[in-house]
Design a protein around this ligand. Sequence first.
Ligand code: HEC
Length: 134
Amino acid sequence: MKRLKHFMLMALLCLGPLAAPAADEPALTANNCAPTGDLRGDAQAGQDIHLEYCAECHGYDGKAEVIVMHMDEPPRDQTDAGYMQTLNDQFLYLAICSGGQAVGRSLVMPGWGDMLTHAEIRDLIAWIRSFSGT
Ligand code: HEC
């Protein structure tokens, strides 16, 4: 019995790394950032990513009231439901993954497809949507 337990533990330890995302997964940009499937992930997880990478320009609450740098086309108020309803999730995904220019917006909005995973971008979309309830 003891041996069996030991074997199970070893099996779990060996399987662990297999369950984690492959480190050599191709960057999303290599796939042209194609948005596929359900694009809304976990808003709570998205909040942490947003604070780290996005809040400096969009504000922690998406209002972009306090902007740390000058921008000719400052970020829009993402709490405005009327505005956010005009944008579908595919558009948000492409803007985040490929950057502003890819969707006809300001080039100041960086593309994150080389840095963030598909899952993280889905989490961000869920969080951003929560600002406006759309
Ligand atoms: C350096 C400043 C900056 C950072 C950092 C930044 N953005 Fe942006 N973002 C912008 C600007 C500027 C625009 C576009 C304004 C325009 O042309 O309408 C924009 C547009 C967008 C849009 C398009 C929809 C809209 O609001 O009109 C989304 C979605 C977006 N950003 C999400 C993010 C996310 C998610 C992050 C973090 C991963 C992020 N941004 C980081 C500046 C930034």
